[in-house]
Ligand binder design. Structure first.
Ligand SMILES: Cc1cc2nc3c(=O)[nH]c(=O)nc-3n(C[C@H](O)[C@H](O)[C@H](O)COP(=O)(O)O)c2cc1C
Length: 227
């Protein structure tokens, strides 16, 4: 469905000029993408209709403005033990699956965070896919540093853990799913470090729940609705 404008143009009999007489907004004339269509199907005597369709176009803009259009973005919680054996959870939006066989994930973490040193130390990490109900815990893990506190112990929101099955880490009991990863490689990428993990064990929640997403700029978290 496209919105267009119809101009009624009349040519005066025996005159070699046209007059624009009417201007009216219309929708869905069934035309394909085109800037400009001269349609004579509607010709009545000396009258024809000129239809100008409004076409979408790209305009160059600032990166920070354009990147606001990327939402919704998935939220994951990565967990790696620090040198004292304390599991440290971090909330991440920059995460993706990168290989099917073997199954692998990539996560991008800012170099100044505490988590890179935890992952390098333990050489493994959990990727938990939090449910929408875990929104407050995700915000807590994403706004405090494990350098300053034990995030699981200090978290004022319920967030139960259980030991991972194949790696030295923990799983989030109420997450939609957990993936246990061994560290394969790391790559610098601008101001972030990409850690690649190979999945060695996967679990899913027996009580299905909706996943947590970032819905808009400023860490606006929630579930994605199909409606
Ligand atoms: C929704 C959300 C998404 C985030 N995504 C990322 C991300 O992709 N990469 C990153 O380095 N930090 C991200 N952060 C910020 C870290 O989670 C945050 O700085 C955290 O406190 C670092 O913890 P750490 O110092 O214990 O490693 C995100 C935070 C939130 C709330």
């Amino acid at each position: 469905m496209r919105l267009g404008r119809v101009f009624t143009i009349r040519q005066k009999i025996n005159a070699d000029y046209f007059e624009i007489c009417d201007l009216e907004l219309v929708s869905d004339f069934g035309f394909g993408a085109s800037d400009f269509i001269l349609d004579t199907r509607y010709s009545i005597l000396d009258t024809c209709f000129l239809i100008l369709l409004e076409c979408p176009m790209q305009k160059q803009t600032d990166y920070l403005e354009a990147i606001k259009t990327k939402y919704p973005e998935q939220v994951i919680i990565a967990i790696a033990k620090d040198p004292s054996g304390r599991p440290n959870p971090i909330t991440l939006g920059w995460a993706m699956t990168v290989s099917f066989e073997p199954p692998m994930w990539a996560i991008a973490i800012a170099g100044e965070h505490y988590t890179p040193s935890c992952i390098r130390h333990s050489k493994c990490f959990t990727i938990a896919l939090p449910s929408a109900d875990q929104k407050d815990a995700a915000m807590f893990f994403g706004s405090r540093s494990g350098r300053d506190l034990n995030k699981f112990a200090a978290c004022p929101h319920h967030c139960a853990t259980e030991p991972a099955k194949e790696i030295d880490s923990v799983l989030l009991c109420e997450a939609v799913a957990n993936f246990e990863c061994t560290l394969e490689k790391e790559y610098p990428a601008g101001d972030h470090i990409i850690f690649i993990g190979k999945v060695v064990s996967s679990t899913i929640n027996t009580d299905p729940n909706r996943r947590l997403y970032t819905l808009g700029p400023g860490h606006k978290l929630g579930a994605v609705s199909a409606r």
